[in-house]
Design a protein around this ligand. Structure first.
Ligand SMILES: Nc1ncnc2c1ncn2[C@@H]1O[C@H](COP(=O)(O)OP(=O)(O)O)[C@@H](O)[C@H]1O
Ligand SMILES: [Mg+2]
Length: 280
């Protein structure tokens, strides 16, 4: 294996934060559990989730469909309550949506009757956001549209945009709010392979330029290998962090695909194992 690739130790040895959160960390998830009640009865979707993300990191959360990736992201985002455990942002416990956290989903969910610039503006005028002056609003919108390459499309309506452009507009809507942490749930899952590659590079540029931190959910191992500083593999029933790997190969990773082959095979094998264990 290439010396730049360091598979990390198994979960028991990873030094999870318990009593006192790591105050230097951007995000700490400490012993999180989440239950759902369904027609078939209650079930535990997440149990004993420990996760620490340092400032500037891109952490990819990989796992089979149904293992609880989206549930974990929406719990961290404060969209649903945890049933046990704590979530800390910059060392402060959070229990509700926080303006320092930006969300990006697979669907752009733009309002069709608003132009691109007005869709971006809407994200800046939510009730829990600080009220911005008109020039500040204008400059935030312009900067965000420039970051995603849509500066010439500010007056376009969503139906005039391709899938990739719509997702760019959705990213602009989120980054205009200057989030510290980006939570992304399969953000490029609906795009064709070439557009997805373009969007992945765009995202890396935005994260570097804005000094953001990102937790990105994907079921695409290659996406995780291209983007992540770390890859966390989730198992299911209940959802847990099963293993993690640090990836130290430099960006752009497209130039290091040969170096990543051994790690890809290792993660693929681990993914097959967790799926075999939990497939009924
Ligand atoms: N609000 C909910 N109520 C009940 N069950 C849910 C809810 N959300 C998700 N689930 C179930 O929890 C499991 C994990 O779902 P999800 O978090 O969407 O997984 P993933 O994103 O990894 O595919 C699935 O079995 C799903 O059907
Ligand atoms: Mg999901």
């Amino acid at each position: 294996m290439n010396s730049r690739l360091h598979p990390s130790s198994p979960p028991a040895a990873q030094g999870h934060v318990r009593a006192s959160p790591d105050r230097a960390a951007l995000l700490v998830v400490d012993d999180l559990a989440k239950h759902y009640v369904t027609a078939q009865g209650p079930f535990t979707v997440l149990d004993g989730i420990h996760l620490t993300v340092q400032p500037g990191e891109i952490v990819c959360l990989l796992g089979a469909s149904g293992c609880g990736k989206s549930s974990l992201l929406s719990t961290i985002a404060g969209l649903q309550p945890a049933d046990r455990g704590c979530i800390y942002l910059h060392g402060q416990r959070i229990q509700a949506p926080d303006p320092r956290i930006g969300l990006i989903f697979q669907e752009a969910a733009l309002l069709p009757w608003l132009t691109v610039q007005h869709n971006v503006a809407l994200g800046l005028q939510l009730s829990h956001m600080r009220r911005l002056s008109r020039p500040e609003l204008r400059s935030r919108i312009d900067r965000a549209l420039l970051s995603v390459g849509l500066e010439k499309f500010h007056r376009a309506y969503p139906h005039q945009l391709s899938g990739g452009m719509a997702q760019r507009a959705a990213i602009a809507r989120t980054i205009a709010r200057d989030p510290h942490l980006l939570l992304m749930d399969e953000p490029f899952g609906a795009l064709d392979a070439i557009t997805r590659l373009e969007m992945q590079q765009l995202l890396l540029g935005i994260i570097a330029q804005r000094h953001c931190t990102a937790l990105l959910v994907t079921h695409d191992l290659d996406e995780a290998l291209l983007l992540g500083d770390r890859i966390l593999l989730m198992s299911r029933h209940p959802g847990r962090i099963h293993r993690e790997w640090a990836i130290t190969a430099p960006q752009p990773r497209m130039r290091h695909t040969e170096d990543l082959m051994a790690l890809r095979a290792e993660i693929f094998t681990a993914l097959s194992e967790v799926m075999a264990k939990t497939t009924s």
